[in-house]
Ligand binder design. Structure first.
Ligand code: 5AD
Ligand code: SF4
Length: 427
């Protein structure tokens, strides 16, 4: 039996795609390898969102070439967003690269492997892989991709070009997967999509899907990522507010605190729109934890625009933020504009948003000391023996000393005794 080793880069969508490829390849006669040195096929599932992500892959490909020295039949390939982006270029430049397979071509992977080098990066408006069975890890959390692609075309973002048009997995297939993962022992599902709340299957919108999944017996928690502010409908907010399993936690990318920059980004909302949405959400879902994505150094971002982002962060007080220096991406509108912010200035702005966010998160978490929180136990904590880790309802990492017979997948109530910007320490 040939074996395949897969390494995953980038977002949760890629993790879920890796599980999908694993399942599909396993059913087509490929064993899973944990070590590239022993594998017949080495596959990197790649990310193209920023230049840095791509540089890492190129470096890794170079390092993997040595596995072909003694075992020349080994096939090395790349899948995912970067495959779509740099396909022929990379194949011509990298002699030991044998295949390139784009995000909509995984179904054909088993048929193509074992033969001549190939590039299959056809995008397919209808491919949702609804009938393929992913091979999931054993953790408490299961990722379920409910929609693929993106139609928003934010001017900085490569995703619509590499992942193609928006399409939703039929709701019966999603709900079947929810039931399956619960039967397999997972306690939490995370619905995934590039703009997950744009989900639609006929008359079923995202809120309806949450409500339907919520009725699954044995399911403890539901989350989703990443929603787009413009698609945050009343139906979705109502589902968040009323569903038993849907956690009071939302990752809602804002990108910038300047309406002028948001317009240039073509995000489809102003700072006021975003703030009003946050107000509605917080009114409907008491204690809602909010995280976001922020880009600094977008073309044309002035010092005042940047200050506006800091002001927005102070006003909203996010529980966490993924912060990025703008990276110029092929195909996108913004790539053609003057890159007005220098690399040094981008780095300075990035440091400033990180420092501000760290202090806000540290304050928010310090405010939880003394409180009781519910934790879904995931396993041993990294700090070592006798400590367990899990997530709170608000998706904060909590660690606590083992007491009694607590197992992975248990819901436990612990009291927070100390905190950092990223972790709650509890008893
Ligand atoms: N440069 C920097 N950050 C980017 N993101 C997307 N495209 C770029 C880019 N060209 C960020 C956005 C998005 C997150 C997934 O990655 O903040 O929400
Ligand atoms: Fe990229 Fe915008 Fe689509 Fe998100 S909504 S994937 S940022 S184009």
């Amino acid at each position: 039996m040939p074996s395949v080793y897969i390494e995953t880069y980038g977002c949760q969508m890629n993790l879920a795609d890796t599980e999908l490829m694993r399942g599909h390849l396993a059913r087509s006669g490929y064993a899973a390898a944990d070590d590239p040195a022993a594998a017949d096929v080495i596959l990197l599932n790649t990310c193209a969102i920023r230049e840095h992500a791509e540089e890492r892959i190129v470096g890794r490909l170079g390092a993997l070439a040595r596995f072909k020295l003694r075992r020349p039949h080994v096939q090395i390939g790349i899948a995912g967003c970067m495959a779509q982006h740099v396909r022929d270029q990379l194949l011509a430049r990298t002699p030991h690269l044998d295949f390139v397979v784009g995000p909509d071509a995984y179904r054909r992977l088993p048929a193509l492997l074992g033969g001549d080098p190939f590039v299959d990066v056809r995008l397919d408006r209808d491919e949702t892989y609804a009938d393929l069975v992913p091979e999931r890890g054993a953790g408490v959390r299961a990722w379920i991709t409910i929609m693929r692609g993106c139609d928003k075309f934010c001017t900085f973002c490569i995703v619509p070009y590499v992942r193609g048009r928006e399409r939703s997995v039929p709701s019966d297939a999603v709900l079947r997967q929810v039931r399956e993962v619960v039967t397999q022992g997972h306690r939490e599902v995370v619905f995934l999509g590039q703009t997950v709340n744009a989900y639609r299957d006929g008359a079923t919108d995202f809120g309806d899907l949450l409500r339907a999944a919520d009725r699954t017996q044995g399911l403890a928690r539901t989350r989703f990522t990443s929603p787009h502010p413009s698609d945050m409908s009343d139906s979705a907010i109502d589902a968040m507010a009323t569903c038993r399993t849907v956690c009071p936690q939302l990752h809602l990318p804002v990108q910038s605190g300047s309406t002028a920059v948001l317009e240039q980004m073509e995000r489809g909302y102003s700072v006021d729109d975003y703030l009003r949405l946050i107000e509605r959400l917080r009114a409907a879902i008491p204690g809602l934890a909010l995280t976001t994505d922020i880009i600094v150094g977008f073309p044309g971002e002035s010092e005042r625009d940047f200050e506006a982002t800091l002001a927005l962060m102070r006003e909203v007080r996010f529980d966490g933020a993924f912060t990025f220096a703008y990276s110029r991406r092929d195909h996108t509108k913004a790539a053609k504009w003057d890159q007005t912010v220098s690399a040094e200035e981008k780095a300075r702005r990035l440091q400033a948003v990180i420092a501000l966010q760290e202090s806000i998160a540290a304050e928010i978490n310090a405010g939880l000391v003394g409180r009781e929180v519910e934790v879904l136990v995931e396993g041993p904590a990294r700090r070592g023996d006798g400590w367990l880790a899990g997530k709170t309802l608000h998706f904060k990492t909590a660690v606590f000393p083992t007491g009694g017979a607590i197992a992975m997948g248990d819901l436990v109530r612990v009291r927070v005794t100390d905190s950092t910007a990223h972790t709650l320490i509890a008893q």
